[in-house]
Design a protein around this ligand. Structure first.
Ligand SMILES: [Cu+2]
Length: 250
């Protein structure tokens, strides 16, 4: 009996220690950095992981404790009044505040991570490669500079990419789910998004804002290729562009 009482009084401390160790394990985005770069993709993945831990692991622990207490102190006959132990003021306060503080502590941690994530997403690395993006009903157009314009987004692996984006007609949205990113493109305004392709990848971008009849067909290939392959592709595109008849400047 004494052993069981001792165990019950240690439940909140046990939960606190377990939660603190989980939070400690996921407190920093730095551990997922690739080549020294913490990209929004890494930050989103880690934050989502923490939200799942918050929901299922911590929620599960509280659920199990609640079920245990419900069974232990259930009414054993219809007229039972209950004979649970009377808690003194200190213990009652501890049982009320410790679980509440645990939930709040984890929420504060997630909120702090959210601010940190937003900071990462809005801070474009200085050496990022810039591509201008124009959205129109119903296609994306990528301008690489030097007259190279293409319907696909081709980028080199190992370099941060920043997209400067606008729309010519209605509101569109750049949904790059493989990199966990989405940003609106608006007429008369330039928005931006940056990502870091850390390995070769072939994916696509879809418009994620309903923009008219052919909205569902508004998508483009997005390919992260080795630097040499990117250079060769850009060169061949530039050659094709320069061989086209030039428009008169008048
Ligand atoms: Cu669209």
């Amino acid at each position: 009996m004494r052993l069981r009482k001792g165990l019950e009084s240690r439940i909140p401390i046990g939960i606190a220690t377990f939660v603190a160790s989980l939070c400690g394990a996921g407190a920093s985005f730095a551990q997922g950095a690739k080549h020294g770069i913490i990209s929004p993709t890494i930050a989103w993945n880690e934050t989502w992981h923490d939200v799942l831990v918050d929901l299922f692991v911590i929620g599960g622990i509280f659920g199990v404790v609640a079920i245990y207490l419900l069974i232990k102190y259930r009414a054993k006959s219809p007229d039972a009044v209950g004979d649970g132990p009377k808690l003194n003021f200190d213990k009652a306060l501890a049982w009320a505040l410790v679980p509440a503080a645990l939930f709040m502590a984890d929420d504060f941690l997630l909120s702090a991570k959210g601010w940190s994530l937003w900071n990462i997403q809005r801070t474009v690395p200085k050496d990022a490669l810039e591509v201008n993006v124009k959205a129109s009903q119903w296609a994306f157009e990528f301008d690489y500079g030097n007259g190279v314009v293409d319907g696909d987004l081709i980028v080199p692996v190992g370099k941060p990419i920043v997209l400067r984006m606008t729309a010519t007609d209605v509101i569109h949205s750049f949904g790059l789910s493989e990199y966990r990113l989405k940003e609106d493109l608006l007429p008369g305004r330039i928005t931006h998004m940056w990502f870091y392709p850390d390995k070769p990848l072939s994916t696509h971008v879809t418009c994620t804002e309903f923009c008219g009849d052919a909205h569902a067909q508004m998508n483009s290939a997005v390919k992260a290729v080795p630097q040499a392959e990117y250079d060769a592709w850009l060169k061949s595109k530039a050659k094709k562009t320069s061989s086209l008849p030039q428009k008169s400047s008048l």
